[in-house]
Design a binder for this molecule. Sequence first.
Ligand code: ADE
Length: 230
Amino acid sequence: MTIGIIAAMAEELEILLKDVTLEEKNEKANMTFHKGKLYGKDVVTVVCGIGKVNSAICTQILASEYKVDRIINVGVAGGIGKNIYPGDIVVAENLVQHDMDTTAFGDKMGQIPRLDTFDFKCNAEMISIAKKACESIPELNSFTGRIVSGDQFIANIEKIQWLDKEFGAISCEMEGASIAQVCYLNSIPFVVIRSISDNANNGAHMDYQKFIPVAVKNSTRILKQMLEMM
Ligand code: ADE
């Protein structure tokens, strides 16, 4: 079994990359794919770049060229709601693209037109392993629920209130739901695990800079634990 591991930014993957025993390195679509062994598992790790187009291209390469059997997306995200703080972990149950809007045709906000699903569901077994990994590190707070993605860095209170009301989202980021869509179209089981870097409110970009190191450390801890359990 080969597991594809995607992060949007180099800093989200750099701790993990040090532990990869490299077998092969390839450049495709301006992305570097590292194939090798990580904690006893066959993996392909890749930094896809920010946003839904980059992450979709990357996921399709993992599917078509590397024929991965599972995909895990890790990284940081904005927290939605009062009780969620920087450093906390969110495990996606399902994902929606919050910036997909064909409401003019009567579709629900977030619905991808002419697709037979509204949300993209993470694999139940992978969610369960991710939750067990979280429970094994009791000092980490974790949440499970819907993550929404869009090509927008959210730094606005009204917008997060809308994401909460419209989608019931617990977290927002910029890649997960497009990775999820490509996995759905290729029938690849996947899960998205993120660590909170900010509360997506006014000043989120400042928190983001400050909390990225702790968020990356925490999501890497969970991923390591998960791979050992898979
Ligand atoms: N990733 C981390 N924080 C984010 C935010 N506030 N909006 C979108 N993506 C993010």
